[in-house]
Design a protein around this ligand. Structure first.
Ligand code: AP5
Length: 215
């Protein structure tokens, strides 16, 4: 299965991609996670992307294109992948097309997850992330049983620097302007499936699985 999972910031792409990756036995590739790792490790890519990410804008297509081409060339994507947070612009759609064509392969599905903007703000403002292992929590819907520490590794939980009200607004604006148009492009190709993202994570996951089987 070669799948793109798209939707507004905070819609639950990462949460669902992790579950899908386990159930389908394919790699979960999140461009946001790769970039945050690069920022944390102070790699050249991270140094170039850091300020842009903190502002809620998109990192330049060339940087993302190089990063994803390198990642999709690795052996572990052989049996499939779930792309989370990529592509995000029309130019990135063309980049992905080129990379897949070079490998003689193509996408199976593009899933557009949807929830209301009110729910997006609730999800993002309550999100907490482990500073050590990256595990994702939510203060109300998925609190850590260890309070301010990570259940998995005891690392400290913190708010992502782009989860402030002002930056969330900017990320939503950028999404509407630059990312939403790619849904139309994929709809025209007959690849797009809409999935309702409201409800508990397990309900959304069941809906996703049903849609993928039916599609
Ligand atoms: P990225 O990391 O991709 O951020 P995003 O798209 O804004 O998405 P998020 O990670 O914020 O949310 P999500 O949909 O994964 O939701 P989650 O599952 O965590 O990108 C960050 C930045 O990197 C960008 O702004 C840009 O600068 C740069 N970047 C990345 N890719 C790029 C690209 N291709 N091109 C250019 N720049 C790029 O869920 C959110 C919260 O809700 C969690 O707390 C979770 O526990 C909770 N939750 C999830 N599902 C449910 C549910 N069903 N019910 C209740 N709570 C739920």
């Amino acid at each position: 299965m070669r799948l793109v999972l798209m939707g507004m910031p905070g819609v639950g792409k990462g949460t669902q991609a992790m579950r899908l990756s386990e159930s389908l036995g394919v790699v979960h590739l999140s461009t946001g996670d790769i970039l945050r790792e690069a920022v944390k490790a102070e790699m050249p890519l991270g140094l170039k992307a850091k300020d842009t990410m903190a502002s809620g804008k998109l990192v330049p297509d060339e940087l993302i294109g190089d990063m994803i081409s390198e990642r999709l060339a690795r052996q572990d994507v052989g049996s499939g992948f779930i792309l989370d947070g990529f592509p995000r612009t029309i130019e990135q759609v063309a980049i992905l097309d080129r990379v897949l064509e070079q490998r003689g392969t193509s996408l199976d599905r593009v899933v557009l997850l949807g929830v209301s903007e009110q729910e997006i703000v609730r999800r993002l403002s309550g999100r907490r992330v482990c500073e050590s292992c990256g595990a994702v929590y939510h203060m109300e819907s998925k609190p850590s049983s260890k309070g301010e520490a990570c259940e998995r590794c005891d690392g400290a939980l913190a708010q992502r620097s782009d989860d402030t009200e002002e930056v969330i607004r900017e990320r939503l604006r950028v999404y509407r302007e630059q990312t939403l148009p790619i849904a139309d492009a994929y709809r025209e190709r007959g690849l797009l499936v809409n999935v309702e993202g409201t409800g508990a994570p397990e309900e959304v996951f069941a809906r996703l699985q049903a849609e993928l089987v039916a599609a």
